[in-house]
Design a protein around this ligand. Structure first.
Ligand code: MN
Length: 338
């Protein structure tokens, strides 16, 4: 009986893991999302690393060529051409030994506007029309004939993968939320799971967070005991005024603490976060916000639950200045914040 129970338990655990793995991105999909995200933000150093990892994970050169070419429809020829140039130079460095993979089969017969319209309807699940397309009919024709005709007819990358890349690209740009939300629906219609979409968005947001103005730095292990979640530290100056760039992953915050004698100034550079003084409501922070923390004031700062967050922290110099670290900000307190 005991053996049977443990066998059953083992099988259930195994099934559970498989079900989870089926809903998550595989390594190849992750590599495509990473590369698409960096291509869209124009971060060539990040792109090069992502492409190399992807080629090691079984993405072929032709698959990457397709994704980085498709990128032009979502982020323009300059980003697409730069990304393809990065792939080309990486291939030269690697001795052009990576698997090329298959080329697309011959173009479908007929007119690209006809089969493009058909592709678009199938991809989205319904015919696409609207006031904007009546206002500017040329753009409707280009979307149908060119993007969904010429590009989506190239069959060496499937539509689900193309949508995965599109979601990663749109999530890596700003001002494209409406298109991102539409493509999340299209992605789901083409079989991407909620978990996979959440992972793609995480990849895009993390890549953007690492591309901060003053540098991402390295994981802040020295102070990790005073933080919930991971933070990253890039020291900027040490002499005179000590200034550092601090990046918090979503949900990460530091413990309640006090800067004795000198106080601290925070300059918010990216993402959304919070600052709270003891006994007062938390203040939501956005890029451009300045927080002047007086000495002897108990407070905490950190990221919002759904956003990476970066601020520059300057320690106001004073004789005998020191930091006193206190209790963590409990989940109960933190979870009240939006
Ligand atoms: Mn502080």
């Amino acid at each position: 009986m005991k053996i049977l129970t443990s066998l059953l338990l083992g099988t259930m655990l195994l099934l559970g893991e498989n079900a989870m793995a089926e809903n998550a991105l595989n390594n190849k999909q992750k590599s495509i999302a990473e590369a698409a995200s960096y291509a869209a933000s124009g971060n060539q150093a990040g792109l090069k690393q992502a492409l190399a990892k992807g080629l090691d994970n079984g993405v072929t050169v032709n698959e990457y060529k397709e994704i980085l070419t498709q990128a032009y429809a979502y982020c323009g020829f300059p980003r697409s051409l730069n990304a393809l140039a990065t792939l080309m130079s990486l291939e030269e460095e690697r001795g052009n030994k990576d698997e090329q993979g298959s080329l697309p089969s011959a173009k479908p017969k007929g007119n690209s506007l006809d089969y493009g319209t058909e592709n678009q309807t199938k991809l989205i699940g319904a015919p696409v029309s609207g006031k904007l397309y009546e206002f500017a009919p040329a753009v409707d024709e280009y979307l149908k004939a060119h993007l969904f005709g010429d590009i989506f007819a190239r069959d060496n990358v499937d539509w689900q993968t193309r949508e995965l890349a599109t979601i990663a690209m749109l999530a890596s740009m700003s001002g494209t939320e409406q298109q991102l939300n539409s493509h999340i629906k299209v992605g789901k219609h083409n079989g991407l799971t909620d978990e996979q979409i959440a992972e793609i968005l995480d990849i895009a947001h993390e890549n953007a967070a690492k591309d901060v103005l003053f540098g991402f730095g390295t994981e802040n292990t020295a102070y990790a005991q005073y933080f919930i979640g991971k933070s990253y530290l890039q020291p900027l100056t040490k002499d005179g005024v000590s200034i550092a760039n601090v990046t918090f992953e979503p949900k990460c915050r530091n413990n309640w603490h006090i800067h004795h004698k000198g106080g601290q100034i925070l300059l918010v550079t990216s993402g959304r976060g919070w600052y709270q003084e003891w006994g007062k409501p938390a203040q939501e922070l956005h890029p451009g916000d300045v927080v002047n923390i007086p000495p002897e004031t108990k407070h905490w700062h950190g990221a919002a639950k759904d956003s990476w967050f970066t601020h520059i922290a300057a320690a106001v110099p004073a004789e005998g200045a020191s930091n006193e670290w206190l209790e963590p900000v409990s989940d109960e307190e933190y979870d009240k914040l939006k």
